[in-house]
Design a protein around this ligand. Structure first.
Ligand code: AMP
Ligand code: ZN
Length: 468
């Protein structure tokens, strides 16, 4: 299996640190809002990487964090007059709901930055002891960037160019020794969440969070560290500087980065306002279509989002689903049970599509070519089966189709429509839960219904609902 390593800028043979095991860390979202479909791209593509590795027999320890302390979270909390923790808790729950709807497997661990402060204080202390960090007079702790020999090795930047870039944007009044130094710990501002530390009451910088969470849940050396390409610099570069200076070991062997999801060839982002949330898409499409759309391009290529491409993805997925439906029907209804000799040869012939699929995925997870192999399998099954086929052949081909789609995380069964009676029943249960002040259960029911595309509206005449 070959993977493209941002560190070497080459495709390399994947050799795990420990045989049969993969330790993988994916930088998760900052939780201050509903995630947009750009944020969903790394979730989907690295979930697919994980699924493929599991298919190949690896035991994957997959860790993905939530950044739950950040300026944007604090800003949102102030706007809403609630605590930062309430904001992050709400959006972690929403994000997990979106992930489930996208069929992204829960990580082995989903650490929260705010629950790992102890480890951060420890790592910062070690960095200070080793001379890689220093506290300034105001209690801010900075990383001494030039002291780390390998700085720039991931982003392929050299220090002098970085220095030149910094000169233009240098902020005055900072107590840094060098403009390239970055923050490990910063003093609190009025009304902000803070923790005690030897340097000042304050909070961690973003980069130290991932170094610490990766170390705690996966160890000092890991196989794969991943995220969107905007994280290469400075986030991942700084993570390397922190972890390698602290632990004296190579931090991650392979660095994987997904390309941007664009809209009109511009990166989809909250700040530009050119985004669709996963929920927006869910109003119009089965989210399996979104997943299929994301995987129809190579994960490192930019991917432009458009209504036409979503329609094309929907048609493509329908084609596979129809193939599976035909086989399901034949597997239950044809007259002969066992395969004939001729059918055994047809079954043998279908191995070629699995080989093609694996060859594509072994080549740096080329899901676009993997999907082509699935289309070919569907076509092959359509042309080689009919009412005269055996149930066994139909079943086997169906199993193969499902197995390949499961590696992609694409669910072939269409969601069963929730019936009106069930909706009414859940609404009654929600009202009872509210009366009993069991708001957790009431919210849970609302979320369950929402995930099924049912929107509740509390009106004076009672609860109304509609399908969206
Ligand atoms: P953030 O919450 O901005 O830190 O982003 C969480 C993850 O989503 C990171 O891995 C980002 O690189 C990734 N990401 C954000 N926007 C996009 C986009 N438009 N396309 C692809 N990945 C993105
Ligand atoms: Zn990170």
């Amino acid at each position: 299996m070959k993977v493209y390593n941002t560190l070497s800028r080459k495709k390399e043979e994947f050799i795990p640190l420990e045989e049969g095991k993969v330790k993988m860390y994916v930088c998760g979202p900052t939780v201050y809002n509903l995630i947009h479909i750009g944020n969903a791209r790394p979730m989907i593509v690295f979930d697919t990487v994980r699924r493929y590795m599991e298919y190949k027999g690896y035991e994957v320890n997959f860790v993905s964090n939530f950044t739950d302390v950040d300026d944007k979270i604090i800003k949102k909390a102030i706007e809403e007059g609630i605590s930062a923790q309430e904001v992050s808790k709400r959006y972690i729950a929403e994000c997990k709901q979106d992930m489930e709807n996208l069929n992204v497997k829960p990580a082995t661990a989903h650490p929260l930055a705010t629950e790992e402060i102890g480890g951060m204080l420890e790592m910062i202390s070690v960095l200070i002891e080793k001379g890689y960090a220093y506290p300034a007079a105001d209690g801010t702790v900075y990383y001494r960037t030039r002291k780390f020999q390998g700085y720039g090795k991931l982003s392929h930047k050299n220090l002098d160019d970085l220095q030149a870039g910094h000169r233009d944007i240098q902020v005055t009044g900072e107590e840094k020794e060098d403009p390239l130094d970055f923050v490990l710990w910063k003093p609190k501002k009025e009304g902000e969440p803070y923790w005690e530390s030897p340097w000042c009451q304050g909070r961690p910088g973003w980069h130290i969070e991932c170094s610490v969470m990766s170390k705690k849940y996966l160890g000092e050396e890991i196989d794969i560290h991943a995220g969107g390409e905007d994280l290469i610099f400075p986030h991942h570069e700084n993570e390397i500087a922190q972890s390698e200076a602290c632990n004296g070991k190579t931090f991650a062997k392979y660095w994987l980065h997904n390309g941007f999801l664009n809209i009109d060839n511009k990166k989809m982002s909250k700040s530009l306002g050119n985004f669709f949330t996963v929920r927006d898409i869910q109003e119009k499409y089965d989210l399996q279509v979104l997943r299929f759309f994301m995987l129809s391009a190579h994960y490192r290529s930019p991917l432009n989002f458009s209504a036409e491409l979503m329609e094309a993805a929907k048609n493509g997925l329908d084609r596979i689903r129809n193939g599976a439906k035909n086989l399901t029907y034949l597997a239950a209804h044809t007259k002969t049970g066992k395969m004939t000799e001729a059918e055994a040869a047809i079954w043998e012939g279908s191995h070629a599509f699995v080989e093609k699929f694996e060859a594509a995925m072994d080549d740096d997870f080329n899901t676009a070519d993997g999907i082509s192999a699935v289309f070919e399998l569907v076509k092959y099954a359509n042309t080689n089966t009919d009412e005269a086929s055996s149930q066994e052949l139909a079943q086997k081909l169906l199993g193969r189709m499902k197995q390949l789609c499961d590696i992609l995380g694409v669910i072939l069964e269409e969601k069963e429509e929730i019936l009106d009676d069930e909706i009414e029943g859940l609404i009654a249960e929600r009202q009872a839960a509210r009366k009993a002040k069991d708001f957790a259960r009431a919210d849970e029911i609302r979320d369950t219904l929402q995930a099924q595309g049912i929107l509740l509206e509390d009106t004076r005449e009672g609860v109304k609902w509609k399908r969206i």
